[in-house]
Design a protein around this ligand. Sequence first.
Ligand SMILES: *Cc1c(COP(=O)(O)O)cnc(C)c1O
Length: 349
Amino acid sequence: MQHIISITEKMERNIMDIKLEPFGKIPTEHMFTAEYKNGEWQNAQVTPFHNLTLSPLTLCLHYGQTVFEGMKAFLMNDGNISVFRLDKHYDRFSKSLHRMCMPKVPNELFTNAIKQLVKIETKWIPSSPDGSLYIRPFMIATESRIGVKVSEEYLFIIVCSPAYQYYSKALKVKLETTYVRASLGGTGTVKCGGNYGGAFFPTQLANDQGYDQVLWTDSQHHGFIEESGTMNVMFFIDNVLMTPELSGTILDGVTRDSVLTIAKEKDINISEKQINYHELIHSFENGKHIEAFGVGTAAGVAPIEVIGIGLKEYKCYIEKDAMMFQLQKALYDINRGLVFDVHHWNSII
Ligand SMILES: *Cc1c(COP(=O)(O)O)cnc(C)c1O
């Protein structure tokens, strides 16, 4: 299906203004909502963007029974709109909901809601090479009751926001060996709001020391690298693409999976196993070629320039010919329909 993108002069100006705003600050004009009551989903509708009215007793406000997703729609080279890896995001959303005792959203409801909303918001998808529409489906527990329990009522909401490059320059990350993001058996593998609340304080400490993000280590040994902020993390060392295995505390990132798949097709050697930071220091001290980068929907492939470990800072390779930029470009080409979509990752709407 071909869609003609007609952006009025006024709208174009609005989108340009949004570029100056922080990520996720400006919503598009519409939103989707559906209510879960008496054991079923009802009142599914797209409405103008509006504030919610909730009782102060609402469960999610107290006990964090919330789940979210983050995905993107892209304006492709041929003028079509594509939502990237809709199915994989749906699967993860379902997994997160299960872990948080929240009701399943039928695939059809989820998929149709996203397609319908994105279609309505087509004009808000920036056409610039770094532009996309960030889509945030989420669910909150809405039963009005302050007693600790699993809610019997929920709201499933989808909002969108025009997005541009998330990080304007290569990142400085600080290896975190005091605080933890997630521990085995916890909720680190799912996308729930509670994972973030506890991450703010250590992140703020890292920010105060001039770092953009923390690089989390495992909760048992503080030795194995996990992930960074809202991104999974990868290294390219000695011609091997390395990323921590999905150990039970790391989020199963869609971008992580996409980049690994692309790398395999490029015949790059891949290692998915635990990465001890002492090994990393050893590689730095032996003068090896080390690239480090974050991978996530919001940030894409985000180069890491400096890793702070203890009192030392280690510099990573970020020149233009780095492997990570080839992977970034390959992902970009798929997103924009510049190459054949062999994996059926693009849902054209
Ligand atoms: C969302 C998220 C990621 C990245 O996942 P993508 O599916 O690639 O966007 C990585 N780590 C955490 C903690 C996240 O919440």
